[in-house]
Design a protein around this ligand. Structure first.
Ligand code: BDR
Ligand code: CA
Length: 314
């Protein structure tokens, strides 16, 4: 048996971030979560760092260090998404305030120190929010870039176009300058764009399956996904909430569920019309070298049976 992959989850919880974290914490044979770093995104940092701790407690994994990171994007003011996730970021279930403390130190320093302390290519970064913490770490300590095993991130869109502007997906839109640094870094990148995340929808039957687990985790996930479903239902007329961020952690466990292409991805940082757009050269019409595996399809039933079965372990 191969050793579990060591990962740092960089996150802005967010109900879908919460499910992604729970899936990772429920899968110790494949994934070792060595730390969680919070960033401002769906809601301000004061809430994302608290929400990350709430989720660790819900999972009964209070030993995981949780660090607070960057409060605002590199170049612009923070845009948040309470209209999707509610005021707390985790609206839906009634979860208690966390008892576990934040770990001292800045998330960016934790990322740098951890990558330097571990053998090269043994730590994977899993960003589920704006890329501010990761880009800041890369700027501050460029030596760590070559030490990253892989970056598996949720962000961007191509054929599916934008969800926060007509052209841009939320995570990239919030901090396009950070995304630009990460996509140009040369690190191995796997991208879960809206093109794939809009194919994993929590239908009524899938929501019932979460609730039928019959545990506090199953109940909380059912309530969280019910809450943010209402937004996508109104917007897209879809059958349920898209589980964006859990695509990242599901990929670590069962990569064969996903299919994509190695393409060049550039980030628009200039135009006010298309700021934050992920320009993916899907048809290979430029001579720009591929820099990311851009995922486009998923076995949705396989994804949900994996997720439900793993959540039942917590
Ligand atoms: C992404 O933005 C956030 O609202 C979600 O948590 C996800 O990471 C989807 O665009
Ligand atoms: Ca997120």
């Amino acid at each position: 048996m191969t050793a579990p992959r060591k990962i740092i989850i960089d996150t802005d919880p967010g109900q879908d971030d919460a499910v992604a974290i729970l899936l990772a914490l429920a899968s110790p044979d494949e994934i070792e979560v060595i730390g969680i770093t919070a960033v401002a995104g769906n809601v301000p940092l004061s809430l994302t760092q608290k929400n990350a701790r709430i989720i660790c407690e819900l999972a009964g994994k209070t030993h995981i260090p949780v660090y607070a990171g960057c409060e605002r994007p590199l170049a612009h003011t923070l845009v948040t998404a309470e209209h999707v996730h509610g005021k707390s970021g985790l609206d839906g279930p009634n979860l208690p305030d966390p008892q576990m403390q934040l770990t001292e130190g800045h998330a960016v320093d934790y990322i740098i120190d951890t990558l330097r302390a571990h053998p090269a290519n043994s730590v994977t970064l899993c960003p589920l929010g704006p890329l501010t913490n990761i880009a800041t770490a890369f700027q501050k300590a460029p030596d760590i870039i070559g030490r990253v095993q892989e970056i598996i991130l949720m962000g961007g869109a191509y054929f599916e176009v934008g969800n926060i502007t007509p052209a841009a997906e939320f995570n990239i839109y919030v901090d396009p300058e950070a995304a630009d640094i990460v996509f140009k870094s040369g690190a191995h990148i796997v991208v879960m764009p809206l093109d794939v995340t809009h194919k994993v929808l929590v239908t009524k039957a899938r929501n019932d399956a979460f609730r039928n687990i019959g545990s506090p985790v199953g109940e909380a996930v059912a309530k969280m996904t019910e809450f943010f479903e209402r937004y996508d239902r109104e917007k897209y007329g879809s059958e349920g909430a898209p589980l964006h961020d859990p695509c990242v952690t599901a990929y670590l466990i069962r990569p064969e569920l996903f299919k994509g292409r190695h393409v060049n991805v550039e980030i628009e940082t200039g135009s006010s019309l298309t700021r934050g757009m992920t320009v993916a050269d899907w048809w290979d019409v430029t001579d720009r070298a591929p820099n990311a595996l851009f995922i486009g399809s998923v076995d949705a039933n396989g994804f949900f049976s994996l997720l439900t079965q793993r959540l039942a372990q917590l």
